[in-house]
Design a protein around this ligand. Sequence first.
Ligand code: NAD
Length: 479
Amino acid sequence: MLTERRHLQIAGSTAPATRDLVKVTSSIDGREIGSYPKTDAGDVDNAVRSAREALDAPQGWSQWTADARATAMESLATAIKSRVTSIAELIVHEVGSPLAFATGANGVTALALLKDYARLARSMQTEATRPSRSGRTLVRTEPVGVVALIVPWNVPIGILFFKLAPALAAGCTVVIKPSPETALDTYLIGDAIAESGIPDGVVNILPGGRDIGELLIAHPGVDAISFTGSTAAGRRVAEVAGRALKPVVLELGGKSAAVVLDDAPTQLVLDALYGSSFLNNGQACTNSSRILVPASRRDELVAAITDRVSSWVVGDPRDPATQIGPLVSSSHHDRVVHYIERGLADGAQISTGGPQQMSGQSGTTVRPTVFFDVEPTMAIAREEIFGPVISVAAYEGSDDEAIRAANDSEYGLAGTVFSIDVERALAVGKRIRSGSIGINGYSLDLGAPFGGRKSSGLGSELGPEGIEAFQTYQSIYLP
Ligand code: NAD
């Protein structure tokens, strides 16, 4: 069934936009699954103006009580709840995500975050008076203003709500720029917003590519930017935002390490491997794609990991049994295959998987691949591949050597430490320069700050701390 959208979700408009269409194709069979209108610079102006008016009007969103905003957010959650399945069904086609992941990491995550940030809005203290040297000062926390939310394709609705839920709670209005590949699922959020008590113009949706993204960031009506995407794009976003002196949060790429300490039970590593290294067909920023194992256990661990990875069900992501589905597009498939070929050319060995096409599978499917004999200087050990490909590398010696190997990366986003001794794993985790670490498995906590160090980004989102990017302070010196 085709999802044909003919309007733009700006200022609550439902008027059809007559212009060229952007077609979206399924990662499962390459067939068209829908289309939406192409956007231009005039739409950027309209979307920002709409957000500005909805923010600044005398009864605008920033003037609502926190309680009223929280009630509207809960009503948005109700409107999304009835769409969780349709959102997941679209994402399965757009991205190739296995159905369970498409559901849990997107619509279900949006519901949880709306609930959490509505609760936070209700308990938030936004004004306090403190003594000063000359009397008293009133310190106010205000919404930062109109925020551009720029979202990648890999977990389009989950990541959108990492940003949208705190932005709404803080009293900001927004322009969302989804990826061109995943605009259709974001339209479902626009439909839910139209049904909720959130006024027109508070949330505007502007699908488009990097050109639209840059116009949005540079627009004088935009006060701040929250961006998730690749490190290369993040650097460019920071440049454009920096020239305009706008605050940015950047959630970027990763090349995280799973550190297996010498006492880690093999079963522990195997049980966590899918969730910590292969989520979303390898298209998750937090995946630990480097597995660092003690040299003394290298052969045993490579054999066990190989057995486990080769047992995974590769296939149609609509089938609940499928663990690895197709990648988002043929160009991304070619990029991942190119990395596999490069790893082989550089001298690494493959124990399962490889660059060959899988018979009977979608053309964008990549075989889950395990490299071993990987040197830390190889591209497959240093660059983000963003597919179902891991490299197993051996370290000699103590935990210090494991930590050194884990930190030998330009990235610092996530990671995992495995040990039978949780205290020992914790001590190692604390010395890894990365924004989050899982002990004996990686399961992202929506209630704790999440962000990257080094080339993995700036600032953080999620948890109560995640609202800070959407706030600013005003101090009023009282007489
Ligand atoms: P991408 O950088 O190509 O695009 C991300 C978004 O930014 C898209 O909406 C795109 O249209 C837009 N964009 C690209 N260049 C821009 C520019 N110059 N100005 C404004 N907007 C621009 O990334 P992608 O391929 O969509 O997503 C995959 C990447 O995202 C991976 O590197 C992954 O690690 C990263 N990611 C990071 C996190 C995190 O939380 N750290 C989460 C998910 C994905």
